[in-house]
Design a protein around this ligand. Sequence first.
Ligand code: CAA
Length: 261
Amino acid sequence: MEFILYEVNGAVGTITINREKALNALNSQVLDELNATLEAVDLDAVRCLILTGAGAKSFVAGADIGEMSTLTKAEGEAFGKKGNDVFRKLETFPIPVIAAVNGFALGGGCELAMSCDIRICAENAVFGQPEVGLGITPGFGGTQRLARLVGAGMAKQMIYTARNIKADEALRIGLVNAVYPAEELLAQAQKMAGGIAKNAPIAVRNCKKAINEGLDVDMDKAIVIEEKLFGDCFETEDQKYGMAFFLDKNKEKVKEPFQNK
Ligand code: CAA
């Protein structure tokens, strides 16, 4: 891999987009390598992912403008599909993904962060969808995910004006969950990921599925999705152990790690 670093620390995997010279802009090769990295994650061992960008300045400064500049209509559509396919894989990835946004998250970078389950950012983070200033629409899911995350009115304002926003505004509109000093960001992401990884993995995965799939349908169908995924947890070893541990009155006992079974 030329542009992706992947590191596993306990049950937490960290994917770093590593094309610092171009502020981690997404060209076809980066997208292909991100796809291959996700394919290779060992889901028996890893329970949560962190996604970040290399360097102190940028998470991802967008899709690669040089590569896009000469595309035909058909090639533009195919490039959009390439990004959308990888981002959808991330969004529906079986385990949670935390975006640790360490600087610019513009265009495809904002869209990449929005494909993750949770976004936290550094104080120097900048978010935006600058595409209309380049003569295109957001193309890796921005028109859809931004509207779902911050509401149609705010998404339309950000997309039509192409105005970038800073970390504090991203927090205020609900685009990120928390803002940290840059030097603390990865440690905070690790802490959150570690907390997620400690919980029963089958239950966590089912929660992700229930929330994602439930949001796509009406409430009557959504609660049926929840019922099935709730029922699916019963008879797992982790459910039996987790509940037995709670019911055990011997409070001296130390809770064992969940087994993912
Ligand atoms: N594509 C290709 N190269 C990029 C890039 C991008 N999106 N963003 C930055 N780079 C490159 C620059 O060309 C520059 O390369 P050279 O050193 O070879 O000249 C290098 O990264 C450093 O960038 P700057 O010198 O511009 O750094 P800066 O600090 O002056 O500015 C910035 C930083 C404000 C983020 C500026 O780089 C910028 O505006 N980048 C483009 C942001 C953007 O418009 N993103 C959206 C792209 S469209 C898109 O993503 C479509 C979609 O939805 C799929």
